[in-house]
Design a protein around this ligand. Structure first.
Ligand SMILES: Nc1ncnc2c1ncn2[C@@H]1O[C@H](COP(=O)(O)OP(=O)(O)OP(=O)(O)O)[C@@H](O)[C@H]1O
Ligand SMILES: NC(=[NH2+])NCCC[C@H](N)C(=O)O
Length: 355
């Protein structure tokens, strides 16, 4: 049973959410029946429904509004997670199974913008959780440090183009940190969605970034997920970016065991990132299309793409630069997730040229 104080907080939060005009998937799917069925449940880490929804309750402008404090939450609170997953990932049903990992034939992708007219830069990232550890809200400070050690030691074995250095956030100067954020290499600090989800405890302990010399291959440690593996570079050469990521992931997964589920694919803190965990994006200037932001979003969503601002999620476009990426990550292969972005961006560029 869940204790009275938690139940009261839960009830209060839900009343506030239901009285609001939040557009979140949380509000859409947290019906009275679902709430009553889940309010007294707990995972073996003692995570409750409150732990799952508190970010969406505190941040009424959430698009989604829910996180899994530990992997078991996807099962214990499935009545809420499943419809949200189905809505976000284009109809991935509770009876569906995410396909096995398949990076496909990397050679079949190309350069989206060889003339360099539209695409400023290209990035593909995936998330991974380390087997044997829960997600952020359940980690101890000792676990954070242990994980950081494992990650930095493992990555120090990378060679060739991937060879680089691990920089812990602890001890990093504010200037260096801000420069890395401004250059789009490092996660921001103080994300209110993550904070409300209890995902920033002991910050900056256990958090850090690894990157190669050119900053074309990067690894985030213990931000939203245990690991984020990132390949990025200026211009539109998606083939090169993707190839680098695939090589890196194939190498790293031989050294660190990652949490994977038969139905959900690779496990992540946020349900939007499950499955392939792949977000392939371009920073792109489409001045004619973007003259009407609502129109840009409408056309992008036709190709299953998501539009973000220049500094990422929950930010605005600066200098006409948008971050456009594949939206869904589940129910398709890694290759198909990237191809979805590739094909959609090719169409957007075609439309821009025709205007
Ligand atoms: N194509 C790109 N070129 C350069 N920088 C990019 C590109 N796509 C994303 N970024 C940068 O990556 C950083 C992180 O962005 P953001 O948090 O939106 O996405 P994410 O890392 O994929 O994770 P999440 O989806 O969990 O937020 C930001 O600085 C953003 O500007
Ligand atoms: N980084 C993410 N997991 N993004 C997706 C959701 C982010 C935030 N919880 C929201 O609902 O708006």
């Amino acid at each position: 049973m869940v204790n009275t104080a938690t139940l009261e907080k839960l009830q209060g939060g839900v009343s506030k959410l239901q009285a609001s005009d939040s557009k979140s998937l949380l509000l859409k799917y947290l019906t009275r029946e679902v709430f009553d069925a889940l309010k007294n449940k707990k995972t073996s880490f003692n995570s409750t429904l409150l732990d799952c929804i508190q970010s969406g309750v505190e941040n009424l402008d959430s698009g989604v509004g829910i996180y899994a404090p530990d992997a078991e939450a996807y099962v214990v609170f499935a009545d809420l997670f499943d419809p949200i997953i189905e809505d976000y990932h284009n109809g991935f049903k509770k009876t569906d199974k995410h396909p096995p990992k398949n990076w496909g034939d990397v050679e079949t992708l190309g350069n989206l913008d060889p003339a360099g007219e539209f695409v400023v830069s290209t990035r593909v990232r995936c998330g991974r959780s380390m087997e044997g550890y829960p997600f952020n809200p359940c980690l101890t400070e000792a676990q954070y440090k242990e994980m950081e050690d494992k990650v930095s030691t493992t990555l120090s074995g990378l060679e060739g183009e991937l060879k680089g250095t691990f920089y812990p956030l602890t001890g990093m100067s504010k200037e260096t940190q801000q420069q890395l954020i401004d250059d789009h290499f490092l996660f921001k600090e103080g994300d209110r969605f993550l904070q409300a989800a209890n995902a920033c405890r002991f910050w900056p302990s256990g958090r850090g970034i690894y990157h190669n010399e050119n900053k074309t291959f990067l690894v985030w440690c213990n931000e939203e997920d245990h690991l984020r593996l990132i390949s990025m570079q200026m211009g539109g050469d998606l083939k090169q970016v993707y190839k680098r990521l695939v090589t890196a992931v194939n190498d790293i997964e031989k050294r660190i065991p990652f949490s994977h589920d038969d139905r959900l694919g690779f496990l992540t803190f946020c349900p939007t990132n499950l499955g392939t965990t792949v977000r392939a994006s371009v920073h792109i200037k489409l001045p004619k299309l973007a003259a009407d932001k609502a129109k840009l979003e409408e056309i992008a969503s036709k190709y299953h793409l998501q539009v973000r601002g220049t500094r990422g999620e929950h930010t605005e476009a600066e200098g006409g630069v948008y971050d456009i990426s594949n939206k869904r990550r589940m129910g398709l292969t890694e290759y198909d997730a990237v191809k979805e972005m590739y094909d959609g961006i090719a169409e957007l560029i075609k439309i821009e040229k025709s205007l």
